[in-house]
Design a protein around this ligand. Structure first.
Ligand code: SAJ
Length: 406
């Protein structure tokens, strides 16, 4: 039996995937409400294919509880926030989960940490906890780091098809854990050491962050001289060895906007390109804010209250707002004491900002200018509704005449 600890964005789909592929699974989370919702037969966030997967897993016998189980294998998938000032990872939830596992597990159990951690965290923060509790690593407890690499919005597909990395102290334990993941994963599963697995995960997200920063910088250069950045990137990408990502209103989520900072935090004098890239991405919402003011002036819109931000989530077709560029933009705006801009997002039903609408028509009726912050499918399908409005399109998805770009 596998006890999956932490039933959030990664832990839940992983637990469901294992269960629906013949592995006996118990999901544990300390959040009673979350566990109650799952036990009532409902999932806790929106994701393509998740409800169907949930139904299959329940049929296969998965159970959810707040209790840690007595078993041979644990997969820990709890949050690893980072400290905004020191730029270092905060491993307290992983440490707490490991401590709780140690209270109930038999000798010889394997603890797999899936949560993203900064390179070196397993050595610095996790091994000492195990040893200080009187366990010998490699004998009483086997330690594994198997970072998740699925993308929100396409999680179910990527769980099945992505390659995976498993970092273990010994090949034998690596292969044992690999067998669990191989129950559902059709991609290649590489077994390596823990340090390499930690680094690999952070480097992948850093590569993407630096590439996006490059695209954002190009957008600024092109704006300066009125060149079309999208056309330039499109043509460059026709070269067989060039693959530039897209500029946007900023970088959000809990991965690409966070993980690269771990390298800056740990190697401040070495991680120069990464540091600059992160600063570029982080200042992109302010760049968009300036662009909004510039366009308002040009179009004679004097009242902030006539401007609306379409999209609150960190990217399209998900309901996750963590570190979202829209929230970052509103924060930057707040610093200038202006009336907050109006917002609407079809995926966000709770009120999370001051002037939030829950209906597209009501939102559009109330504004003269719309800023497309997130390219949700909804707005792509209803682009005609923006006719007659001033539009700032941060994603190059609007083909109406006269649209502005970043
Ligand atoms: N973005 C751009 N331009 C682009 C692509 C993305 O501005 O061309 C922005 C998005 O709008 C969003 C942010 O970047 O605000 C991040 O979105 P994303 O779709 O690039 O990535 P995440 O954070 O949802 O997921 C990433 C993935 N990592 C990589 O692709 C290398 C995923 O595979 C990881 O599992 C995930 O991080 C994670 O958990 O670490």
């Amino acid at each position: 039996m596998v006890n999956v600890i932490g039933l959030g964005y990664i832990g839940l789909p992983t637990a469901l995937m294992l269960a629906s592929h013949g592995v006996e699974v118990v999901g544990t989370d300390y959040n009673k409400e979350l566990v109650a919702t799952l036990n009532e037969g409902r999932t806790t966030f929106k994701e393509d294919g998740l409800d169907e997967l949930f139904a299959e897993a329940v049929k296969a016998g998965i159970t959810f509880t707040t209790e840690y189980q007595h078993t041979q294998t644990y997969i820990i998938s709890v949050p690893t926030p980072y400290d905004k000032f020191s730029k270092k990872v905060d491993a307290r939830y992983v440490v707490a989960a490991v401590e709780d596992v140690l209270k109930v597990c038999p000798k010889g159990a394997t603890i797999v940490v899936e949560s993203t951690v900064s390179p070196g965290t397993m050595d610095r923060s996790i091994r000492p906890v195990i040893e200080n509790n009187g366990f010998v690593i490699g004998k009483d407890i086997h330690l594994v780091h198997a970072p998740e690499r699925i993308i929100p919005g396409n999680m179910v597909y990527e769980l099945l098809h992505n390659n995976r990395t498993i970092g273990a102290d010994s090949q034998e334990i690596g292969e044992k854990v690999k067998a669990y993941y191989a129950s559902f994963c059709q991609g290649e599963i590489v077994v390596t050491d823990i340090r390499t697995a930690e680094m690999t995960k952070v480097v992948e997200n850093t590569f993407r962050a630096v590439n996006i920063a490059f695209a954002n910088e190009l957008a600024r250069i092109c704006r300066h001289d009125e060149m079309d950045v999208y056309e330039i990137i499109r043509i460059c990408n026709m070269h067989p060895r060039v693959n530039i990502l897209q500029p946007g209103p900023g970088v959000g989520g809990h991965c690409i906007s966070v993980d690269p900072w771990f390298l800056v935090g740990d190697y401040p004098s070495l991680a120069k390109v990464i540091d600059e890239s992160m600063k570029t991405n982080d200042s992109q919402p302010s760049f968009v804010l300036n662009r909004i003011h510039e366009i308002m002036q040009k179009e004679g819109i004097q009242d902030n209250r006539r401007v609306g931000l379409y999209g609150l989530t960190y990217k399209e077709n998900v309901d996750d707002c963590r570190e979202s560029p829209t929230l970052q933009l509103l924060e930057a705006q707040e610093r200038h004491l202006a009336t907050p801009l109006k917002c609407y997002d079809p995926f966000v039903t709770r009120d999370i900002v001051p002037y939030q609408f829950h209906d597209l028509d009501a939102f559009l009726n109330d504004v003269d200018m719309v800023v497309i912050m997130v390219k949700h499918q909804e707005i792509i399908e209803h682009m005609d509704r923006l006719r007659g409005k001033v539009v700032l399109d941060c994603h190059n998805v609007c083909h109406l005449e006269g649209v502005y770009h970043i």
